[in-house]
Design a protein around this ligand. Structure first.
Ligand code: CUA
Length: 264
């Protein structure tokens, strides 16, 4: 046998041995320690509900659910020296999740569970912010973890998430918001009247727009449809013809127009 072929077959055997040892150890660990081997997540239960679970006095499991525009559970309190296993999901659009003073920085993605571990040694109040633009309430999407010697354990949330103080969004609005985010509309159009690269959607429906060519148009469904599918057909005075044609299905178009109509 050629020397290099010999070496290769030796290496091959070593690699196989390592692979089998690795597999064997995994099987051993599962049986011996009752470990969970991660599998494909086909359902995000039980992570679709906010919960604080005290595993031991210094070990908490926290299921965070992000939702326009709050985190559930809201104010989590833990003892100093605690380790937190944080599981994060979202029930509507993509949100961000960053804990100040730690290196925890996650995305809350609908249908997905993300995980991070954090240890809190010092007493204090740690701010969690959403750092992904998610609609008009984005800048208010804040919660806290309080590290204190006498923590009050947040009761696990039962049933569907009820968020005190936040106006529930209709499923249609959530759907439209998703379209606006995935198609990039939110980059230029606000939904709260704030100025943007393009006209705001708030109060748009029914309004009379002055156009660059000196004519005017009343914003109705036909105009919205045209503006979305052929953005350069009519340019509102004071704006640039920057918008690309957005490929939308008829359903998406319908949802979006209905949403714009609802933004009084
Ligand atoms: Cu949630 Cu920004």
């Amino acid at each position: 046998m050629h020397a290099s072929t010999k070496l290769e077959s030796k290496l091959f055997i070593v690699a196989i041995i390592f692979l089998m040892a690795c597999f064997g150890l995994t099987v051993f660990a599962v049986h011996e320690f009752g470990l969970d081997v991660p599998t494909c997540v086909t359902s995000i239960e039980p992570f679709n509900q906010g919960a604080v679970i005290e595993r031991s006095p210094n070990h908490y499991e926290i299921h965070y659910v992000a939702k326009m525009w709050a985190f559930e559970p809201a104010d989590v309190q833990v003892r100093p020296g605690s380790t937190l296993d944080i599981y994060l999901s979202s029930v509507d659009v993509t949100h961000g999740f960053q804990i100040a003073g730690t290196n925890v920085n996650l995305m809350a993605v609908p249908g997905t569970v993300n995980y991070a571990q954090a240890k809190f040694d010092k007493v204090g109040r740690y701010r969690i912010v959403c750092h992904e633009y998610c609609g008009s309430g984005h800048h208010n999407m804040i919660t806290y973890i309080t590290v204190t010697d006498n923590p009050i354990l947040t009761p696990p949330t039962q049933g569907p998430i009820a968020l005190g103080g936040t106006k529930p969004e209709s499923p249609e609005a959530v759907e439209a918001m998703k379209i606006m985010q995935t198609k990039g509309c939110v980059g230029c159009h606000t939904t709260d009247g704030k100025p943007g690269v393009g006209p705001t959607f708030k109060g748009l429906f029914g309004k009379t727009e002055q156009l660059e060519d000196g004519t005017s148009v009343t914003v109705d469904e036909a105009y919205l449809k045209e503006s979305i599918t052929q953005p350069k057909a009519k340019i509102v005075k004071g704006f640039q013809p920057l918008m690309p044609e957005i490929p939308l299905s008829n359903d998406e178009l319908k949802d979006l127009i209905r949403y714009i109509k609802s933004l009084k």
